[in-house]
Design a protein around this ligand. Structure first.
Ligand code: IMP
Length: 207
């Protein structure tokens, strides 16, 4: 069995939606949320998803002395020049709820017609073997869609109720967890990341 499967890995997130999706997709692995080690969220001082994911992974690896996976993700809306982007979790202000962020988004887009409401979810995942890992593994996933005029659906979290998924003609919050994970930015990034981890393990075995 690979080291990745046997080893405990700390997940650098306090977001229950992300935690349940990542744990479901990595079922069979020991993925432990950082809250179980009493690790506080790192301050997201980067100006890109990649920078923030590295900051979070390093913080979790440093405090836990374990390998870490971090997720930095968000919604990029073309009509808003890429907003909310890296501040998706706090679009309506620090400590804002998912509902407040979503209402702010709908307000900003109120005069924008359907044809101009294109958007995408982005997820960057980082795997770091330890806090001083000089070569963190980085994987990105992108999920294209459109922003609805009104929320619909109760599954998922965050902006899912306003994210229209053209392939299924419904919102992301109307998809089952399994279908969302098979399509989503996070699912795509996780597939890529597990591939990169396997490749690194093979390299380490060979040399
Ligand atoms: P982060 O914790 O700084 O990475 O913020 C991520 C934020 O992006 C979340 O709090 C959500 O608002 C949004 N987000 C990321 N992924 C998803 C998703 O799969 N569904 C809905 N919203 C998401």
């Amino acid at each position: 069995m690979s080291l990745f499967k046997k080893q405990q890995i700390v997940l650098a997130s306090g977001n229950p939606g992300k935690i349940s999706e990542i744990q479901a997709m990595l079922a069979g692995h020991s993925i432990i949320p950082q809250s179980q080690f009493c690790i506080a969220d790192a301050e997201e001082t980067g100006s890109s998803f990649v920078e923030n994911a590295i900051i979070k992974a390093r913080n979790a690896a440093w405090h836990s002395h374990l390998p870490a996976i971090a997720d930095d993700s968000g919604l990029v809306v073309d009509a808003l020049n890429g907003a909310p982007g890296i501040i998706s979790a706090r679009y309506a202000g620090s400590g804002a709820s998912d509902q407040e962020n979503l209402q702010k988004l709908l307000g900003e887009l109120q005069d924008i017609p359907d044809a101009q409401r294109s958007a995408r979810f982005i997820c960057v995942l980082v795997f770091m073997e330890h806090a001083k890992d000089p070569c963190p593994l980085i994987a990105q996933g992108i999920w294209e869609g459109r922003i609805l005029q009104q929320p619909i659906g109760t599954n998922g979290f965050g902006y899912d109720p306003v994210f229209w998924v053209p392939e299924h003609a419904c919102s992301s919050a109307q998809l089952s967890a399994g279908v969302k994970n098979s399509l989503s930015h996070r699912g795509q990034a996780l597939n890529r990341l597990t591939q990169l981890i396997k490749e690194r393990e093979c390299d380490q075995w060979l040399y």
